[in-house]
Design a protein around this ligand. Structure first.
Ligand code: PMP
Length: 761
């Protein structure tokens, strides 16, 4: 081909002594041409009428901006005075364009100094100001995957991304784009933009941006997209991206002013450029058209996308508004001052509700294991209690959204979701636990579980563990020692039998080999021959009791004795279920028992208000005594869809295994900390359900609630969420979304260590 091209360059352009060097190209085949007459760029395009017309229009733009120094390629006319050469050798398959070659170093090869970043902003501002004056011509009709105004074209490519963990990030940002940008698409200022000021297209000379090449992606689009692209690539592998982007923005704004709306959508547009890049890479890889040109920035794009979720969008918006001289209240988010919210809470809500942390947090958003507050901080969620697969997980959000837009009704009608979800959920249990009831809260579920047991057994009493919690309903409080035994509680009801918490750390029996049996013996002795116990209810690891795993061997013995007396055994899996424990999907498996009734809540809907009770056919049949069971919301199609989505994500992202690995690592790191700091008396729990018991000294194991409180509040100030619990409120409770990773674990332990260090200084 090169010989043919040399002949062409000599014949059509009068060049001599031509040497050709192949250069990267995407839609054209590109050569650097070194000839006696100078250095040029030759682009060969496959002939199509549309391409021909596009390049013609591109030439008009290049001619229009030609006066602006030597910053852009200048098209060289051939000897016939034409800007595009269609060889008259009868071969219409290619046409050619020759242009000047711009000297300089690429931005990609240079340190991104503040001066260069400012210079980039100024350069693009000048270019866009100039392009703003041009009529859009054919560009208005152009629709390409790389135009952020048409970014949704890439959505159908997401499935080419092979890693589920990666895919969820892209899906998350598509949802954010639809929420935060798409509704404003028609308000955003439009103009012709270069649309590909990536760092391999931007040239530098004498410490300043000197030129921009490759106008092949030029579109008529939202002007702000120009900056979204430029910032994405200029800062892809940099630290302090938001701060550095401010430099580009402010210098751009000085030349070509930005509106607050343009600044407010920029965070999402940068994310979408990254999403476009990774979608295109994934697509081209599988279709074997892999081009280095497309995949060159793939690794950087993934790394920035992962970093991007740890940046609070509000933080970015405020910084960028300020950089352009706008007040932060232009961020388009009404942020009520904390004092005002507190006052309104006092006005409208009961004092019985509590708030976490000495300095309450005003949450404004969240993504996976990160939460965003109104101050612009990103908070690492090491304990949100309810979210299982990650905040705002796109599969949950989009499934719920679609279901809600389709149908919401109740179990008195037939619909598929109820059947599909019941089948999926019950598949997680031994075959004889084959009936499920759907309700809306853990409280309603434990309440129903007790009703099922009392009706099935025709007995009235309930045996509970000390320090256990099962719900906020009337019956829920009656079976929750954590409530009835504490402030405001009215003490143990007559129908309750209490068992001492089988705690091997601070309890009466501490030898792990014998404690379970001894605690069980005591309990059996206390109930004697009582034949009126309908149910025994317990959590496998008692959360409110301070993350206390029941002593080994305890539950099997107690279950046996309860059943001997005609009672049923209920496992409350509201805190520990759905894979959180890593090794076990359900907490009861950890104790080698199978309950008669299982109570499910919190994680079942990843924050969507749903809960369930699972039991055997016999128990469910006894309950069908003529009285209808109806829950207005329980089992509705939207909730069933959400439930299905949660199970799908746990399976697809292998979150149980992830909880096992990260949990084991975190426990190991916490135990290391315990070796160094005597204030930690015990580290316990399974998977990502851990407790750190703070003590005055490890020998007498006296609880240190003050230190626990300091730890919780200091961690909050360090932007990490944990909680405290237990009878003395001295146990740090760690229960993050299951996507919590090793780096997150390291950060948590490091922060805890710093607090411990300072506390003892
Ligand atoms: N059981 C346990 C073990 C719980 O932790 C809770 C809530 N903390 C409940 C039941 C009650 O669930 P809900 O708040 O959804 O009513």
């Amino acid at each position: 081909m090169t010989d043919h091209l040399k002949v062409l360059l000599e014949g059509y352009y009068g060049l001599s002594h031509v040497r050709l060097y192949r250069m990267e190209g995407y839609e054209s085949i590109n050569f650097k041409v070194v000839a006696r007459q100078g250095t040029f760029v030759l682009k060969a395009y496959r002939y199509q009428e549309e391409t021909f017309e596009n390049i013609n229009s591109e030439n008009k733009v290049l001619a229009f901006i030609k006066d602006h120094k030597d910053s852009f390629p200048v098209v060289i006319k051939n000897l016939q005075g034409k800007e595009l050469t269609v060889p008259d050798d009868g071969d219409m398959s290619y046409f050619f364009r020759l242009s000047t070659y711009l000297e300089g170093t690429f931005l990609a090869e240079t340190d991104k100094t503040p001066q260069l970043l400012s210079s980039l902003g100024q350069f693009l501002g000048q270019l866009d100001q100039c392009l703003f004056l041009l009529a859009p011509s054919v560009f208005k009709a152009r629709k390409i995957h790389w135009d952020l105004d048409h970014v949704l074209m890439n959505e159908s490519l997401i499935h080419y991304i092979s890693s589920v963990g990666d895919r969820k990030l892209v899906e998350y940002f598509f949802i954010q784009y639809k929420q935060h940008v798409q509704p404003h698409l028609y308000e955003l200022k439009k103009s012709l933009i270069h649309n590909d000021a990536n760092d391999w297209n931007v040239l530098i000379r004498d410490g300043q941006i000197s030129g921009l090449i490759d106008f092949g992606d030029m579109v008529y689009s939202s002007t702000i997209n120009e900056l979204a692209v430029a910032i994405t690539y200029a800062l892809m592998n940099e630290e302090d991206i938001v701060e550095k982007a401010s430099l580009i923005l402010s210098s751009y704004h000085n030349v070509h002013s930005l509106e607050p709306l343009e600044i407010n959508v920029l965070y999402y547009l940068i994310a979408m450029r990254l999403c476009t890049s990774v979608c295109q890479s994934a697509f081209h890889k599988q279709s074997n058209t892999e081009s280095d040109y497309i995949t060159v920035s793939e690794a950087g794009a993934w790394s920035l996308l992962k970093k991007w979720i740890s940046i609070n969008p509000l933080y970015a918006k405020r910084k960028w508004l300020a950089a352009c001289g706008y007040h932060e209240d232009k961020a388009g988010v009404q942020v009520m001052p904390v004092e005002k919210i507190l006052e309104k809470r006092r006005n409208y809500l009961s004092k019985a509700l509590s708030l976490s942390y000495s300095r309450p947090i005003h949450m404004t958003g969240a993504a996976f294991q990160y939460m965003y507050d109104a101050e612009g901080n990103t908070i690492l969620d090491a304990y949100n209690n309810i979210i299982q697969v990650g905040h705002c997980h796109p599969h949950i959000v989009s499934s719920a959204h679609k279901a809600m837009a389709r149908l919401n009704t109740n179990t008195r009608y037939l619909y598929d979701d109820l059947i599909e979800y019941s089948e999926m959920l019950l598949a997680k249990f031994p075959s004889h636990l084959n009936k499920v009831f759907f309700v809306n809260s853990g409280s309603a579920a434990s309440d129903l579980a007790i009703r099922l047991a009392t009706i099935y057994t025709s007995k009235t009493k309930v045996a509970v563990l000390q320090h256990g919690y099962h719900g906020n309903s009337r019956l829920g409080i009656d079976i929750s020692h954590y409530k009835y035994h504490h402030k405001g509680g009215s003490g143990k009801a007559d129908f309750i039998a209490e068992a001492v918490l089988p705690d091997t750390y601070r309890g009466m029996y501490r030898d792990i080999g014998t404690a379970g049996a001894l605690y069980a013996d005591d309990f059996v002795r206390s109930i004697g021959d009582d034949r009126d116990i309908a149910a025994f209810i317990a959590e496998p690891i008692v959360g409110c009791g301070g993350q206390v795993p029941l002593a080994s061997g305890y539950l099997s013995r107690v279950y046996e004795e309860i059943r001997k007396r005609g009672g049923l055994c209920i496992s409350d899996e509201v805190q520990v279920g759905f894979g959180r424990l890593g090794h076990f999907f359900w907490g009861y498996e950890m104790h080698g028992v199978v309950p008669d009734i299982v109570v499910l809540g919190k994680p079942i809907g990843n924050g969507h208000p749903m809960a369930a009770v699972v039991c055997s056919e016999e128990v469910a049949d006894a309950f069908a005594n003529g009285m209808e069971f109806f829950s207005s919301f329980g089992g509705n199609p939207v909730s069933c869809t959400v439930g299905k989505a949660v199970l799908e994500v746990i399976a697809a992202e292998e979150l149980q295994q992830h909880a096992f690995e990260v949990g084991q690592y975190l426990k190991y790191r916490l135990n290391e900390l315990k070796e160094r700091y005597h204030a930690i008396g015990d580290v316990r729990g399974e998977g990502l359900f851990l407790g750190v018991d703070m003590v005055v000294d490890p020998l007498n194991r006296t609880a240190d609630p003050l230190l626990a409180k300091v730890m919780k509040n200091e961690l909050r100030e360090n932007l990490i969420l944990v909680s405290t619990d237990g009878p003395f409120d001295n146990v740090i409770k760690i229960k993050p979304p299951l996507c919590f990773d090793m780096d997150n674990a390291d950060r948590l332990v490091k922060s805890m260590e710093e607090i411990l260090k300072n506390y003892h200084d």
